[in-house]
Design a protein around this ligand. Structure first.
Ligand SMILES: [Zn+2]
Ligand SMILES: [Zn+2]
Length: 214
């Protein structure tokens, strides 16, 4: 009654929709410990209204902040896997365009045969699962689908190609580079996507055949 008549009272000016913070003086059965305690915090958990004492409120807050952190971590991981997918596609297109001539013909890096664009894969010397060399331009080359898929990459011939192209020991050096643990951040992957998208756009201009859009 006093409050309602007192114009100085702050609570009377408050938005009626805004929930009032619970007064710790009110004693109730705590939803956490089931003891009658001064209630510190009211919280709706999965549509159910709950009241907590000070100790339980702290526990509940800690748990929900932990949960939020886990969710944020998962979200980040998801976005990195999405970005990785985009970069793989863009990078593959970059390699295939780099290794084809104006008319869409290429020479397979492992069998040496001259083939057409539609038979072209971006073949990794060191497998994609090694992050340190996954997007290394010297580790990925135009390879025919027969060598890349049916013949599982033709590792031996590929190492000969590596040494012939980049000098004696190149295959070994790439192999050592792949052993280094490399973790890309979302920002780094985004930068690479932008870089390769631009490269692809530039290269497409010099080709006279139909290429997939980036
Ligand atoms: Zn409690
Ligand atoms: Zn081949």
């Amino acid at each position: 009654m006093m409050n309602r008549l007192n114009p100085k009272s702050k609570s009377s000016k408050k938005d009626p929709k805004e929930p009032k913070p619970p007064k710790a003086k009110v004693e109730k059965v705590c939803s956490g410990c089931n003891k009658v305690r001064p209630i510190w915090k009211n919280k709706t958990v999965e549509g159910e209204k709950k009241s907590y004492c000070q100790t339980c409120a702290k526990k509940v807050d800690l748990e929900s902040s932990k949960k939020k952190k886990v969710e944020a971590r998962q979200k980040k991981a998801n976005s990195i896997s999405k970005l990785t997918e985009v970069l793989d596609k863009t990078f593959s297109l970059f390699i295939r365009l780099r290794d084809t001539d104006r008319n869409g013909n290429f020479t397979c890096c492992t069998c040496g045969e001259k083939k057409e664009w539609h038979q072209l894969n971006a073949g990794h010397f060191i497998s994609r699962r090694f992050m340190g060399t996954r997007w290394d331009e010297n580790n990925v080359h135009g390879q025919c689908s027969k060598c890349n898929v049916i013949l599982s990459g033709e590792q031996f011939n590929y190492s000969l190609f590596m040494d012939a192209t980049y000098g004696e020991g190149a295959a070994k050096r790439m192999h050592s580079k792949a052993q280094e643990v490399k973790k890309f951040t979302a920002e780094e992957i985004k930068e690479l996507i932008t870089y390769y998208q631009n490269e692809v756009r530039e290269m497409v201009k010099s080709k006279s055949f139909q290429t997939p859009k980036v």
